[in-house]
Design a protein around this ligand. Structure first.
Ligand code: SAH
Length: 236
């Protein structure tokens, strides 16, 4: 192992300890004092340094979000671990992710699920993430570049849905695309305001339960209407 790899390895181990500690002191919100061992193994296996810009390499294993360009961020590792844990994935799960971004969360999901479908609306980010995931040999992922507000109808239903940008409300289309027994994690709220990470569960009989887990801070999930407005040059 080269010197850089050894340093990254050490930093990754320290990050895992920080995630474990944070899981401990957020237990009163999440109800999960420890995350599933397989989730932690996936966090240990995915090289976050391969998902950040070169200039930010020294910070790759900080327990913080980092900029990935286009005003977007790679999510905080503790939040990635928490959201992944709360999806309760099995090796048979088919997962939909909205907001591929760097592809980091996608890679973590891919180690725990059968198949991951991930949608990103910014073409450059979508292309970079897709190439990166292929190069790193994550081979059970399908990516698509479009607005993910309506989900991915042709691939539905999903055992789990994870939205990694904050929506103003829980989109109906996504709830429809959840299997009975399925789970969705989605931040809800406005940018720069406290947002709530919501867990939405579709019971076996199809009824919907949702619960707020804890306050989070995500970039906004862009609604299709907002995009049309900006394409037409309108700003308000
Ligand atoms: N999980 C990613 C988080 C990226 S930030 C990571 O850890 O790298 C959220 C991403 O959601 C951004 O890349 C943004 O462009 C994307 N996004 C926002 N609104 C979207 C929408 N309506 N459809 C698809 N992607 C969207």
């Amino acid at each position: 192992m080269g010197v850089v790899d050894a340093v990254m390895d050490k930093k990754r181990k320290s990050l895992l300890e920080q995630i474990e500690a944070e899981a401990g002191y957020t237990v009163s919100y999440t109800g999960r004092r420890r995350f599933n061992g397989q989730v932690m193994s996936a966090m240990a296996a995915v090289p976050r340094e391969k998902f950040v810009q070169k200039a930010l390499l020294p910070f790759a294993y900080d327990n913080e979000p980092l900029p990935i360009g286009y005003g977007q961020t790679i999510s905080q590792p503790y939040i990635v671990a928490l959201m992944t844990d709360m999806l309760d994935l099995t090796i048979d799960s088919r997962v939909l992710e909205i907001g591929t971004g760097s592809g980091y969360q996608t890679a973590v999901l891919s180690l725990l699920a059968k198949r991951v479908y991930s949608i990103e609306k910014i073409p450059d980010l979508a292309e970079l993430a897709s190439k990166r995931l292929k190069k790193l040999a994550y081979d059970n992922i399908e990516t698509r570049c479009c607005n993910g507000y309506q989900g991915w109808e042709e691939k539905a239903p999903f055992d789990a849905i994870i939205v990694t940008a904050a929506a103003t409300h829980i989109p109906d289309a996504l709830v429809k695309q959840l299997k009975p027994g399925g789970r969705m994690l989605i931040p809800v709220g406005l940018q720069y305001m406290p947002q709530e990470l919501m867990l939405v569960v579709k019971d076996k009989d199809g009824s919907i339960r949702s619960q707020s887990i804890l306050d989070v801070s995500f970039v906004p999930l862009v609604a299709e209407d907002d995009e049309k407005d900006s394409e037409m040059g309108r700003t308000s």
